[in-house]
Design a binder for this molecule. Structure first.
Ligand SMILES: [Zn+2]
Length: 107
């Protein structure tokens, strides 16, 4: 398991960024592909916004943008129809693969 996956397993989303040029590296890599320096980690705020979504059975599913423009697909929990640009909180876990889900902050 990678460090990123181990952290996901603990419910922590780590953002990979370049120590030298501060570029956000997504998906995470050891070396920055802009300046070839070593990357480092910082914890995500776990706050994102909805870029787009669709309804699948009774579930919402969408594309969310979190810190530094990182885009992630996942389930969206909402008591009403989500809105584009709405603020969501991200929950992460790892069970043989990463799992991302999002909860609408306030309706
Ligand atoms: Zn760099």
């Amino acid at each position: 398991m990678t460090f990123f996956e181990e952290q996901l397993e603990q419910g922590i989303f780590q953002i990979c960024y370049c120590r030298k040029c501060n570029y956000t590296i997504w998906p995470p890599k050891e070396i920055c592909h802009k300046c070839y320096s070593k990357s480092d980690w910082k914890k995500s705020t776990n706050i994102g916004k909805i870029l787009e979504f669709s309804k699948k059975a009774s579930m919402y599913f969408g594309l969310i943008e979190i810190d530094n423009g990182i885009r992630i697909l996942g389930d969206i929990s909402s008591t009403s129809t989500p809105k584009i640009g709405q603020s969501v909180r991200m929950n992460v876990s790892f069970n043989s693969k990463p799992n991302y889900s999002f909860i609408v902050e306030n309706n």
